[in-house]
Write a new protein. Structure first.
Length: 70
């Protein structure tokens, strides 16, 4: 389920400093491939413009709670 995968992504970013750095500094697409996410969700996550982990996770939360079905 996509919501579980997105929660796993957020949890990993909070607990793995290398993963956090990768998703914030240009290696997000490669790291997203570690999760079973639909292409549309990957594209939406790629559009997140978080300058830090807090902003990134806040926008992930918005994505999870958006009316568009994940």
């Amino acid at each position: 389920m996509t919501k579980l995968e997105i929660n796993a992504l957020a949890t990993r970013a909070l607990t793995d400093r290398n993963f956090e750095a990768a998703i914030l500094n240009g290696h997000r697409y490669e790291r997203l491939q570690e999760f079973q996410l639909p292409v549309g969700v990957v594209n939406a996550i790629m559009q997140i413009k978080g300058e830090n982990l807090q902003q990134f996770i806040y926008q992930l939360n918005d994505l999870v709670n958006s009316p568009v079905a994940l």
